[in-house]
Design a binder for this molecule. Sequence first.
Ligand code: SF4
Length: 210
Amino acid sequence: MEQIKIVEIFQSIEGEGRNIGLPMIFIRLEGCNLRCLWCDTKYSYDNENYTKMSLNEIINKVNSFKNIKHITLTGGEPLYNKGVISIINNLIDKYNILIETNGTIWNDELEKFDFNKIYLVCSPKPKEYFIHKKILEYCNELKFVIDKDIIFDTIFSIIKKSSKKVKITFQPENNKVEFLKKATLLQNKFLEIDIEIRVIPQIHKLFNIS
Ligand code: SF4
């Protein structure tokens, strides 16, 4: 029986991106292919904080949260964990699936799913900001963390390669005022070339919730 490494499954509100505020079930899968300096979920890939769960155990846990219609698959990097396909396969008929990815990995098996029921959010990571071409094709939302290093040209080069449907979101790093100012300056600069970008905080960090 397939066993999938899961760090945690919990209910909360979506704290980031355009689905902000929705009641959400989070499935945090174990593992990540990157090691970002400012990562706040290092426990998801330290090889200690996971439980091997069968699909039935995962489904039973998810079903224990009543009336919630949305699931976020997160990590770590959820697409790094091969179990992600079985999880989507078993939950997509009942739930809207949101995948929160760093954009560097693609799994061809994803293409068998109805992407009307999958909302793919990519948060590209410095320094390379590499995004797999399939992620660019399917991505619904590009979410940029606005920190001291990110520049207009980096963001623009990614937007240019993305599909037309993609929405762009800026989130000031750690909700710092200096980065909110930078985000609004960049927002105005993109507006000059008719690209609309939404600037929003990370509300789970504002209120210190999981
Ligand atoms: S991709 Fe995400 S989970 Fe992985 S190291 Fe970077 S911030 Fe952490």
